[in-house]
Design a protein around this ligand. Structure first.
Ligand code: PRX
Length: 705
């Protein structure tokens, strides 16, 4: 078959990546004239000589109850402590302090998915009232106090940021679980964080359907209690207050309707608790190389300073702007750039409940037109989807963006150009912001009034962040060499997570062990942060991110661990072995394919394929649903019995499976290839030309075992 592609022997991060250098695009004069940061002296202020004190500039955007005495304490690396001695409250900074000037300005504008339902405006005053009332309820009904954990499993409704800010007011650590995750996934995170309270909602609208969400709360509690942890209360908001929209019954004594209880707290006020800068503000779980998700613990002072600073300089948010980050609060992007960053700057932040294409691909542009949105922020997946379904839609609507963001995945230059010319109408700057759940805020981006844009590249390190690319041995790969390697950050920054909740040794191991020069050293220069992404740096210093170098698949901007997927598949009785691999997907960037070998005595069937899909959906959630499940006679294995994911990943992507001479069973490769590729062709999944970075990514998928 002439279906395979050449050049696949690229398993090392050191390969040379060849692509055309893209041309620069320059920010419009109109943007520069109004930008929050257009003064090039900022680069000097944030230069390495001025580190770490440069970050005072971000911290001073906040209101502190007590000023800090030490900007960075690096005495116990890599457990950095920022703004030590300082005290503040995150909710006060996002709400109370804006009342004097902006009391009746919109804090959130919420757009429900059904277009016939009215948009809701929540002013800073209204937000203040709601947050206080809910904080009083949390204190009273749940007995929560500073340092306790609580889990919020909610979709994109305004009650979610209300609940988050109420927690922040009390110093309670919130752990928001993405609404699309399954009940069991929520339960696992509750157990890990030690939460005894779950906040949920009865239902929400998605793609025109009112989904039952309360069911997931019951499944979560069942999982938690099976694991020996008691759930004290399930607080259930109602999508339509006063009307229960879920078929799942309430459980007496455990489940309560928030809208009913709130009646007892009308006008209640709760003083914001003054928290040390180092107190954790929230946990956000993410996937890595093991089956167990890790709880990234973010601080109050460092995190809030960092998201306020980056929202101001990189998102260019002014209080007069209408800013729409079209992401989900259940991910870090939403925490940092829908809630905490914009609110710290008194912005008007738009929240949309639904999916991009509902009821048609003009929807986002109608929202932008109606609300006069001027800053728009989303992920390449959404951009690709809108480009495919409605390439000419933006021109039909009268909106004007000054600024747009892309985040979460590499963006193809041709998709970038559509975003720029069609969505942005050639009037808006674009920032391509590279960062991760662990980082709190941006790591790589252009500073929009001061740097030109280059499609497909995020730009240089952001202010005060000094990236470097290392090869496997820790040698620096020089810029302009065309060679890829592991992108690392040489220094700590205020938004970096503090630790993995309950597992400090994993924090050190995952992010710092690889390139630490001396584990005894207390000099931050000896502790580069390993991001887990491959990258190349062009001669102009701009980074192009190639994707994960660990066992993580980035599906539509969501991180899924291959081990998590494989362990879910292994819960199916008939399954003996499982391997999860990424397959290039036109819309979602990557999709998941599962390879399954059965236990003796079982033969392949549609039923087993469905069980694997079902198990993944139940244990992780619908977002992880594999595109294909291939039940194969055997897995390609090394002589020591490890499954070679790279080989099946190659087959799934119509690439050469690479070197198979080290396999114990090389003959199986051709059998699998014929089976899988014939089935793909009959399903209309045709091979396509892969880019150099896609080839590189497939080539590096590791072994299972
Ligand atoms: O591989 C990088 C990719 O997304 C990963 C982080 O995923 P998550 O923790 O879910 O956070 C997503 C939103 C911050 C990174 O390791 N990634 C993120 N932003 C970009 C990106 N890849 C290329 N370009 C980006 N702008």
């Amino acid at each position: 078959m002439a279906l395979e592609q050449e050049g696949v022997q690229l398993s090392e991060a050191q390969i040379a990546v060849h692509w055309k250098e893209e041309e620069y695009y320059f920010p419009p004069a109109k943007f520069i004239a109004q930008a929050n940061m257009a003064d090039p002296s900022v680069f000097e202020r944030f230069s390495e000589q001025n580190f770490p004190e440069c970050f005072r500039e971000y911290a001073e955007l906040l209101t502190w109850d007590k000023y800090w005495h030490t900007t960075l304490d690096s005495s116990k690396p890599p457990f950095w402590r920022w703004f030590v001695g300082g005290k503040l409250n995150a909710c006060y900074n996002c709400v109370d302090r804006h009342l004097q000037k902006y009391r009746n300005k919109a804090a959130f504008i919420w757009v429900p998915e059904p277009e016939e339902e009215d948009t809701k405006v929540i002013t800073y005053q209204e937000l203040y009232i709601r947050v206080n009332e809910f904080a009083a309820l949390l204190q009273d009904v749940c007995g929560l106090k500073a340092g306790d954990r609580i889990t919020l499993h909610m979709p994109m409704v305004p009650e979610l940021p209300v609940a988050m800010l109420a927690c922040a007011r009390l110093g309670v650590i919130h752990s928001v679980v993405f609404g699309g995750f399954s009940g069991q996934a929520c339960g696992e995170r509750m157990v890990d964080s030690g939460s005894h309270i779950l906040v949920t909602i009865d239902a929400y609208s998605r793609n025109g359907e009112l989904l039952d969400h309360k069911l997931k709360a019951d499944q979560a509690v069942e999982y938690v209690e099976k694991n020996g942890v008691k759930v004290d209360k399930v607080l259930v908001w109602r999508r339509y207050p006063g009307k229960y929209s879920s078929p799942t019954p309430m459980v007496d004594g455990r489940d309560v309707f928030v809208d009913e209880l709130l009646k007892n707290y009308r006008g209640a006020s709760v003083a914001p608790v003054s928290m040390p800068a180092e107190a954790p503000l929230f946990l956000m779980y993410t996937s890595g190389t093991t089956a167990r998700p890790k709880g990234c613990q973010h601080s109050t002072g460092g995190y809030l300073s960092y998201v306020a600073g980056t929202s101001k300089y990189y998102q260019d948010i002014h209080p007069e702007d209408t800013y729409w980050c079209f992401a989900d609060i259940g991910w870090i992007t939403g925490h940092s750039y829908i809630v905490y960053g914009p609110l710290a700057l008194a912005a008007t932040s738009v929240m949309y409940e639904g999916v991009p294409l509902y009821p048609d691909p003009g929807r986002p542009w109608r929202i932008a037109e109606r609300l006069n949105v001027n800053i728009f922020h989303t992920a390449p997946t959404t951009i690709r989807m809108l480009r495919k379904a409605g390439p000419d839609e933006p021109s039909k609507y009268n909106y004007h963006f000054k600024h747009m963001t892309t985040v979460g995945e590499p963006i193809e230059p041709e998709v970038w150009r559509w975003y720029y010319h069609v969505v942005g109408k050639g009037e808006a700057v674009i920032v391509d912001t590279w960062w991760q759940t662990e980082n709190g805020g941006f790591l790589g981006s252009t500073l929009p009034a001061l740097h030109p844009m280059k499609p497909g590249s995020c730009g240089p390190g952001v202010l005060g962040v000094y990236p470097v690319i290392y090869d496997e041995l820790g040698n620096e790969i020089p810029k302009g060499s065309g060679r890829a390697g592991n992108i690392c950050i040489r220094n700590p920054w205020p938004g970096i997570m503090q630790t993995v909740w309950g597992q400090p040794e994993r924090f050190v191991q995952i992010y710092y062990a690889k390139y630490c020069r001396n584990p005894q050293s207390t000099d931050w220069r000896d502790w580069p942060y390993f991001a887990g992404d491959g990258a190349v740096q062009a001669a102009d210093g701009y980074f192009r991110i190639l994707g994960r170098v660990d066992d993580v698949i980035n599906v539509a901007g969501h991180r899924l661990g291959t081990k998590e997927l494989e362990s879910a598949a292994l819960t199916v009785e008939e399954v003996a072995e499982a391997a999860a691999v990424p397959v290039m997907d036109e819309l979602r960037g990557r999709a998941v394919e599962m390879y399954i070998a059965l236990k003796p005595g079982y033969s392949p069937s549609q039923e087993i394929e469905d069980k694997v899909r079902g198990a993944i959906e139940t244990i992780i959630g619908k977002i992880a649903r594999p595109k294909n499940v291939w039940i194969v006679p055997d897995m390609p294995k090394t002589r020591s019995g490890k499954i070679m994911r790279r080989v099946v990943a190659g087959i799934s992507n119509f690439m050469s499976p690479g070197d198979i001479t080290t396999l114990a069973n090389p003959e199986i490769v051709e059998t699998i290839r014929t089976q899988v590729q014939a089935a793909k062709l009959s399903r209309g999944e045709l091979p396509r030309q892969l880019s150099p970075q896609e080839l590189e990514e497939i080539g590096r998928y590791g072994q299972v075992g």
